[in-house]
Design a protein. Sequence first.
Length: 445
Amino acid sequence: MIAALIVIFLVGYFFIAAEHVISVNKASIAILMCGLLWAVYAVCSHDPMISTDMVEALGDTCEIVVFLIGAMTIVELIDRYGGFRFIIDNIKASNKRMLLWLMAFIAFFLSAILDNMTTTIIMVMMLRKLLSEQKERWLFACVIVLAANAGGAWSPIGDITTIMLWMKNCVSSVDLIINLLLPSIISVIVPVIMASLMIKPQPLVVVKDLEYRTGYDLYENNRKVSVLILICGIMGLLFVPVFKALTHLAPYIGILFSLGCLWVLTEIVVKKYSLDDKMDGRISQIIKHIDMPTIIFFLGILMAVAALGQAGILESLALWLNETFHNVYIINGIIGILSSIVDNVPLVAACMDMYPVLEPAAAEAALDPVYSSYFVQDGLFWHLLTYCAGVGGSMLIIGSAAGVVAMGIEKIPFGWYLKRITLMALSGYLAGMAFIWIETFFIDL
């Protein structure tokens, strides 16, 4: 049974990683793999508690799925009302080198609030207004990918893997920001310095009008409404960690509360400005446009990983890693490199099942209390995992959703990225890990 489960998972993983080659949506592979894994486990194990185990796994998974639906709806709402145009139209730079730094800075902090894929789409589309030379746009787009992935690593709502770890209390919002903000910044600064040496500080020239995602251009007709929705949407996302800290309730309750407030606001706005015939301005209409295949993918892959955990495979893998390496830097470094090849969501989900969050008392009573202390909430292992899974995906263009999106928009060749960007990304990745090591053992943050 164990061999069959591993083979099914590896085959499914291969097809998910090769989505852009085989042109089969990874969501379909994920739910197919999920069904096969649980079916094989049910038939071969004869576990009388399997139904209970599945309900428990589904409950944990749905917390993340519901959170994503709420967050994605809020982001789509901001975009629908033209809120992102306010950000784009206020980006100014005197030359190309300055533009590179400015766009990296904006992508880094924007992706800490939004997701890295949305941030990349917004920033890469802007490049078409500012840069006419294709390979020059490729370089800028790749830097945006690096910055967006790094920006999602230090924020509790910045990346799906960070959200997963935060929702399961592996990390807390304040400690995550304190410990990972500087390493994440370093992981961006290093490649941007390398990339800026490849760019001449030439003046910028607007080459053509920017193509926007929204159909009805509310921003041109009533900018106050666009800015209002932008501010309220961002405040709604930022409110979620505050809500969790105040109430100790699961984050998906906070995101649903924020979504409810925005829903009431947009109903008032649509009625006041008579937008019914001009745009899909209501939440009930906007929610139809969120990326449901991505939601289905997360549901399938998290349930598939739960099946491996239930079968004891992940526990065995964790024991092997501990016995072989017994070093959280090596273990997470490997995970970061793997995340550039395969999706980081199942990698992080597997680690969460492999390594339970320890109580401080349990860590102190362990045979190796120092090593065990790395696995308590906000322990070194979880911060490293958050950083490595988020930043490591930048080493290959197919290693993150942001990279795949940039690849599709600008037609960036895999080989071009591997030749010119991978070393930059690896340098930033290792520099950030080195800083974590320094701050852990010398600064003792």
